[in-house]
Design a protein around this ligand. Structure first.
Ligand SMILES: C[S@@+](CC[C@H](N)C(=O)[O-])C[C@H]1O[C@@H](n2cnc3c(N)ncnc32)[C@H](O)[C@@H]1O
Length: 277
């Protein structure tokens, strides 16, 4: 039996989490530590969360598991309609135009990819817009890097196989038939789509320089978990990871209000997006 989480143990685990991945737990989120880490405490063989903290602080592989358990990986296909209208009507056409004007390839970063739905949805959209313009030959000139701190979600994103429930969250029947192959009870994203994305483990606290420069960065539904200070640093690093006419997109409920930054706000219908002005 694991002893109830004590306030000082919560603070220790919360501080550890901030230092490892930037995620800030509020004072009333002690229940998250209890619900998500109790099983692990049993497995590791400790009696309380103080001991668990001490064990995970010293063992990198256990710390990786804690990050897997404490991150919120909620995602779905074509999440937030207003973002996808902006991508469809403004951003992707602009990216295609770059190719028409002679740019050799377009690089996109899904900076908190979770299990891959955001990257695969975007590739489906790109494929459809290119087909409409009889420019399907450009598809192979697009590439997406999908990154996430959680090893578990990166494994699933790379695999690209989704159960019926996951598929039902935003994937239309028509697209399902077109871009997936049925494998027993699950659905596997087609190779042509999959070949344009590389998923890898990456911590947004690290330097972005090794990733190179991007025409578009999607940083959706992740900054909400970070402190104001880390958000400022994150958007500063993203601005440096964009080409001069690059775009950034946040989640539909997110904005840069209250964060010191050098982005210019742009809007299309209900959708917000950003460039470097
Ligand atoms: C709620 S999901 C968002 C997924 C997708 N972008 C969307 O909007 O549907 C947030 C993701 O951010 C990841 N994450 C949290 N902290 C991170 C960090 N420091 N570095 C990289 N990824 C992080 C989590 O593992 C999680 O998969």
């Amino acid at each position: 039996m694991i002893e109830e989480l004590k306030p000082q143990e919560f603070v220790k685990i919360r501080d550890l989490l901030v230092s490892v991945c930037g995620i800030v737990l509020n004072d009333d989120q002690d229940y998250l530590v209890e619900t998500r880490l109790t099983e692990m405490a049993h497995e590791v063989g400790v009696n309380n969360f103080g001991q668990l903290h001490d064990v995970i602080s010293k063992d990198k592989s256990l710390l990786t598991r804690v990050v897997d358990l404490m991150t919120t990986n909620e995602t779905l296909w074509f999440r937030d309609q207003s973002c996808w209208v902006t991508l469809k009507e403004v951003i992707v056409p602009h990216l295609i135009e770059k190719l028409e004007k002679g740019q050799f390839n377009v690089k996109i970063w899904s900076a908190a990819s979770s299990t891959g739905q955001e990257s695969y949805s975007l590739l489906i959209l790109i494929k459809e817009l290119l087909a409409q313009k009889n420019q399907s030959e450009y598809f192979n000139r697009f590439s997406i890097v999908g990154t996430d701190i959680s090893n578990e979600v990166i494994f699933l994103a790379k695999r690209g196989i989704y159960d019926p429930f996951t598929i039902s969250r935003g994937m239309s029947e028509e697209r399902l038939n077109k871009y997936f192959t049925k494998e027993r009870k699950s659905y596997k994203i087609n190779e042509e789509i999959k070949s344009r994305v590389e998923f890898k483990n990456f911590n947004l606290m690290d330097s972005f320089i090794p990733l190179g420069k991007f025409d578009l960065v999607l940083c959706r539904n992740v900054a909400i978990y970070f402190s104001g200070e880390f958000k400022k640093e994150l958007f500063e690093k993203i601005s440096r990871a964009l080409v001069p006419d690059g775009f950034m997109m946040l989640g539909a409920t997110e904005s840069l209000i209250g964060i010191d930054n050098n982005f210019k706000n742009l809007s299309h219908g209900n959708g917000l997006y950003y460039n470097l002005g």
